[in-house]
Design a protein around this ligand. Sequence first.
Ligand code: GLN
Length: 294
Amino acid sequence: MIFKNYKHTFLQALSSLYDEKEIESFFYLTLEKLHQKKRIDLALQPDLMMDEVQLTQWETVLAELKIFKPIQYILGDTEFYGLPFLVNENVLIPRPETEELVELILVESRKSKVESLKILDIGTGSGCIPVSLKKNLPSVEVFAIDVSTNALEVAQKNAEINGVEVNFIQTDILKVNDLKNLPTSNSKLPASFDIIVSNPPYVRNLEKAEINPNVLEFEPHLALFVEDNDALLFYRKITELAKNHLSENGKLYFEINQYLGKETVVLIESYGFKNVLLIKDIYGNDRMISASYS
Ligand code: GLN
């Protein structure tokens, strides 16, 4: 089968399910993953052929796209902040909003006078936050917590493929009262951090109606959803811990539910934080908060 012809079949097969631009991007992502070839290679070799084995691989991708499995889970990886990340159904696919959170932390940290910042990420999932921070600020010391052992396995691999060291800790943050007693792989967690960051579960059940089926059916609910009547439980717990475990000039950063910006600010202020800033993402939604004591 000639690739060019198969591309036509692929586009046709998905045309009633996705828009054309999206299908094209699925096609080229798959081409790159399965054959290490780019769009330009196909343009330069119009007669390029795929064999039977390769055709079977493409048919598997196609079948999964038809049931709305996210392309990142089908191919097993994605890109975040310009870096490669492995993903599977145990971790949320890193979002562009979270890249904005990383960018905010990087910009502010570069201004910091502290030599070796200690950073803690709570609810790390794929590890996209600590890995991208460490990659861009090599002198920082990074710790990351998650409740899910399966997620931590993915996060550990992501640290390895990006060549950075992150100390991962498996624990249920909701049950932790004192961070400093938590064991890491080679030592204890420090008693204080310069930065505590979290993108915890924040989508309420009542918002399920606006969530795409590909998210709802394939992404881990553990990482996404909270009860309608206690949507800020992670923010409460993490802010309470941050109050006792942030260094003097330390900063707390959150990704937040766009509909709960004001409530989240009020909650954080109620723990004595001073500069609580609500920050919008590129879509204009309230999406991040930074807070400090001074
Ligand atoms: N931003 C994600 C979404 O909309 C949710 C991330 C989270 O719950 N922390 O699917």
